[in-house]
Design a binder for this molecule. Structure first.
Ligand SMILES: [Zn+2]
Length: 222
């Protein structure tokens, strides 16, 4: 992992950063790289209301906002941006709108690397809308000025279509911090945290999956 000028992480939901990216973000922060996390919605239409449920549809907005703020604190971010779009509606924004928002952030921050979802391989419509907006915004830039894209892909056909991930970030030494980050998103992560804490084969598999490496794909625009 090289020292970047600035890393910009863009996801639609509080907790999108926790599972697959928070170790990488923490490592960049510890290297002294400025990291911005732009989270587009408050995730307040999420189906999960806690395990057992402790949130209501009305309180989920406040709860998830606090959760992502705590996650950002644990990662060590000093630039968390909550853009406040409505959860589960990003795909219905006017064409080009999100792309413009992303482009403005790029112009302001001048990131050398952007982490987001991989278009076509990120399952949820909000994820896809985010991924498409980022790739479109970067595509529009002159080639020499484009930040490097580092993308999260996890749909079932990912390996079949894209092969093995080509960016593998070793997060050894970050397990405890990552576990706390995942625990900060209490309303969403209960079952996985339980699995991770158990002393079973399933738990070992989950630890292998989440606590050793974080994997990404690079993306060639041309
Ligand atoms: Zn999400």
């Amino acid at each position: 992992m090289e020292k970047e000028r600035q890393v910009l992480v863009i996801f639609p939901h509080p907790d999108d950063e926790a599972f697959g990216v928070s170790g990488t973000m923490s490592r960049y922060v510890d290297m002294g790289v400025p990291v911005t996390y732009a989270c587009l919605t408050f995730g307040d239409m999420g189906r999960n209301l806690g395990y057992p449920p402790f949130a209501t549809r009305e309180s989920l907005h406040t709860i998830r906002k606090k959760e992502v703020e705590e996650s950002a604190r644990l990662i060590g971010l000093d630039d968390l941006r909550l853009l406040g779009y409505r959860d589960k509606t990003l795909e219905f924004e006017a064409p080009g709108h999100l792309q413009g928002v992303v482009r403005e952030m790029i112009d302001e921050l001048n990131p050398s690397r952007i982490i987001t979802f991989y278009p076509g391989y990120s399952v949820h419509p909000d994820h896809e809308a985010t991924a498409e907006a980022v790739v479109a915004a970067v595509s529009e830039m002159p080639k020499s000025e484009r930040p490097t894209l580092q993308l999260v892909a996890f749909s079932n056909n990912t390996q079949e279509d894209l092969g093995e991930p080509d960016i593998i970030v070793d997060i050894e030494g970050y397990e405890k911090r990552k576990e706390k980050i995942m625990a900060a998103h209490e309303s969403q992560t209960g079952p996985l945290l339980k699995t991770l804490a158990a002393k079973t084969q399933e738990s070992e598999a989950a630890r292998q999956m989440w606590m050793k490496n974080e994997t990404f794909y690079s993306y060639d625009i041309d």
